[in-house]
Design a binder for this molecule. Structure first.
Ligand code: RTP
Ligand code: MG
Length: 139
């Protein structure tokens, strides 16, 4: 079933470089409403759990280390067609391939330190949002 929500994280490189406001600005300007928002630090264990789908991929160990290297900002976002439209707004995983006007084009430093996460399906958006936020934190 399609929903109108997606989930994002502003990754450690972007929070470290004071891009939280700039990225949230692009998200709101892109027509998304912020349903839930928090800054937090993932332990390696929690990061490993979040990215468990990538366990078999060669970059998994580095990804877990990177995502637990500093605070992240987690958010649930709402908009029609949220998952697909948000992936358009963030741009390609590798910033060298990201289109002009996308968040990764503007803020990503590398294929790993690529500024933001965006859910890849409605199902994962719901799982990922609930990983960080209880029902009484989503408005
Ligand atoms: P995300 O899940 O963070 O929104 O990114 P994505 O869908 O565009 O890319 P995905 O394939 O799901 O990969 C998850 C994250 O792993 C890191 N990565 N590193 N070193 C590498 O080759 C590599 N490839 C991916 C990135 O941080 C990527 O966003
Ligand atoms: Mg992904």
């Amino acid at each position: 079933m399609a929903t109108n929500r997606t989930f994002t994280m502003i990754k450690p490189d972007a929070t470290q470089e004071n891009h939280i406001g700039g990225i949230l600005n692009m998200i709101e300007a892109g027509g998304f409403r912020i349903v839930a928002l928090k800054k937090t630090l993932l332990t390696a264990e929690r990061a490993g759990e979040f990215y468990a789908v990538h366990k078999e991929r060669p970059f998994y160990g580095d990804l877990v280390k990177y995502m637990s290297s500093g605070p992240i900002v987690a958010a649930i976002l709402e908009k029609d067609n949220a998952v697909a439209d948000f992936r358009t707004l963030i741009g390609a995983t590798n910033p060298t391939q990201a289109e002009e006007g996308t968040i990764r084009k503007k803020y990503a430093k590398s294929i790993e330190a690529n500024a933001v996460h965006g859910s890849d399906s409605d199902e994962n958006a719901q799982i990922e949002g609930n990983f960080f936020f209880g029902a009484n934190e989503q408005f």
